[in-house]
Design a protein around this ligand. Structure first.
Ligand code: GLA
Length: 573
């Protein structure tokens, strides 16, 4: 009930960090046109506190502006500031710097964790407490934790979460959400237990009644009209007809719903997470978060969108009409952008850190990206990188010998014909910290245990930090033949007309792309994602600069952009 009148939330999830700020309003207008009255959103702690104690609520991280834009567009908001989010987001939204203290236990009553968490929520409260419905704003409800029952069952920890929010000033309706089987462990007595992933209206009501007061309200906090993708796995597709029928049943039963996702957008930069479970190896997610959701990655209505719109329209009070659906956005092709300068990263190494044993990213004070580990060896044998996280390219005297991939449980390689005074280089990439499952708390990166050669520990390392926050510090040389290792390729191109487009990465190996200073996300030849979405708003009429980093292939001459995404092609490379 809202002000004494029944309200059925027809909500769709989208995340401010996954949508360029210039498009928030556009995507919200699309939500209205589909018939949504509410936006569900996580708030990612690691986006707002990238460095301990330094808060960022500006630009694409301006969560206040995001919520206010929804209000201006006539949308309620369900806020999910957990701060554990899962969401296929690096470390589930936790900041990497929590791992600098190897004894700190996230998602627990560890006082060190709770202190950091409380500081952050107090800052977030300054932004969002005034926007709760209890203060005249549009935030209807606030989620505590996120599917906690899938992780553990400490009701004391759950209650501390509640207190942190209350003390910070969040005085609105608090709720938890869990998968049906995990609800006994994840609900907090007295607070609305929303369910995730359960679709049968009778079962939804029975379950929520069991753990609440028997009077509702009934809320499915995550209902999945699509799904996400992992590198090297098949593209997920969820048929539109099937989910439209389910939506119809849920709405007819008067149940409130949040579709996860309404608009997934893109996980840019190094912000993707990874799955790993006891029987499932480490598996990082792709950059596109298209999610096969009703609104595609570029904000266009899909077949699913129109089907959902029809269903929602059926359930509207008589006389109420939905706004027209805005037209599909135009797209362009950009043929043959010629690279004309390049930089080999081996010729662009910063000052190294030095230590007997290899240090992990966190001990090197590095969040994301790559570290090049270098040492000298005198003989060959089995090289083992114990605790490799997550991907390594091994070089002897600058020549690539092997790649080792945590997804494939690879951590060893035979080094043959090694002479004394051989330089061993290991370029280690953080492919995304685990965001879900029992290994969440075990998430340090780089070379995290030891390096051995024939069971003897290899010592005396130089470590070169390559976080790729931006590309300053790299000296580009004219021409392309300068690169024989992982390298950067720069191209300048001129446009008379800008529109959405997709960089075609088929010819490239593994890396990421910067456009006019924006990191568009990662590509990897194994697929299924083969293109990178380029939002029109980040292109310029006139000169544009693109830089591709490729760690596996060399000799690139050019790059093209096509007018559609390719998200469903796997290769065996
Ligand atoms: C869970 C989580 C979400 C998301 C989905 C899968 O339900 O709560 O954050 O990870 O799975 O997309």
């Amino acid at each position: 009930m809202l002000d004494g009148k029944p309200l059925q939330m027809i909500s769709g999830e989208m995340h401010c960090a996954r949508v360029p700020r210039e498009y928030w309003r556009d995507r919200m207008k699309m939500a209205k046109a589909m018939g949504l009255n509410t936006i569900g959103t996580y708030v990612f702690w690691n986006a707002h506190e990238p460095v301990k104690g330094q808060y960022d609520f500006t630009g694409n991280n301006d969560i206040t502006a995001f919520v206010k834009t929804a209000q201006e567009e006539g949308l309620w908001v369900v806020l999910r500031p957990s701060p554990y989010a899962c969401a296929e987001w690096e470390f589930g939204g936790y900041p990497w710097w929590l791992l600098k203290d190897s004894t700190l236990k996230v998602r627990s009553t560890d006082p060190k964790f709770l202190a950091a968490y409380t500081n952050y929520i107090n800052q977030l409260a300054k932004q969002l407490v005034p926007l709760q419905v209890t203060h005249g704003g549009n935030i209807l409800m606030i989620q505590i934790e996120n599917e906690y029952g899938s992780y553990s069952d400490d009701k004391k920890y759950l209650d501390i979460n509640r207190q942190v929010f209350r003390k910070a000033g969040f005085d609105g309706v608090l709720f938890t959400c869990d998968g049906a089987d995990q609800m006994p462990k994840g609900y907090l007595p007295g607070y609305l237990p929303a369910v995730n992933g359960l679709e049968d209206p009778v079962k939804v009501k029975e379950l929520i009644n069991k753990y609440h007061n028997g009077k509702g309200p009934y809320y499915i906090a995550e209902w999945y009209p699509g799904w996400f993708d992992n590198w090297g796995k098949k593209h997920a597709k969820v048929p539109a007809d099937q989910v439209a029928q389910t939506l119809d049943k849920i709405l007819a039963a008067g149940i409130s719903i949040n579709m996860y996702m309404f608009h997934g957008g893109t996980t840019r930069g190094f912000m993707n997470g990874a799955n790993m479970n006891v029987n499932d190896p480490y598996s990082p997610q792709v950059s596109s978060y298209d999610y096969d959701s009703p609104l595609d990655e570029a904000g266009n209505a899909t077949e699913k969108f129109y089907k959902f719109r029809e269903i929602i329209a059926k359930h509207l009070p008589t006389g109420q009409k939905l706004p027209d659906v805005p037209a599909k956005k135009p797209t362009i092709n950009i043929a043959n952008i010629k690279f004309d300068a390049s930089a080999d990263i081996f010729n662009n190494l910063p000052k190294p850190s030095v230590s007997a044993k290899p240090l992990c990213f966190e001990d090197l004070d590095q969040a994301y990206g790559f570290v090049l580990y270098r040492t000298q060896i005198k003989s060959g044998g089995t090289l083992k990188l114990d605790g490799l996280r997550d991907y390594a390219i091994v070089y002897l005297n600058g020549k690539q010998i092997a790649t080792l991939d945590r997804r494939l449980k690879q951590d060893s390689v035979m080094l043959n014909q090694v002479l004394s005074n051989t330089t061993l280089d290991i370029l280690v990439e953080n492919n995304g910290r685990i965001n879900y499952g029992p290994f969440l708390a075990d998430n340090r990166h780089g070379l995290t245990k030891s390096v051995t050669l024939n069971n003897t520990e290899v010592l005396n390392w130089k470590m070169y930090r390559l976080p790729f926050n931006d590309l300053s510090g790299f000296m580009f040389k004219p021409g392309l033949n300068t690169v024989v290792h992982p390298g950067l390729y720069k191209g300048i191109f001129t446009l008379t007309n800008v529109a959405d487009t997709y960089f075609d990465m088929h010819a490239f190996g593994k890396g990421f792309v910067f456009l006019n200073g924006h990191n568009l996300g990662k590509y990897w030849q194994i697929g299924p994602q083969q293109t990178l979405y380029v939002p029109a708003g980040w292109l310029k009429k006139g000169k544009n600069e693109v830089v591709v980093f490729d760690e596996l292939k060399t000799s690139h001459q050019s790059l093209s952009a096509i007018n559609h995404p390719i998200l469903d092609q796997n290769t065996t490379n």
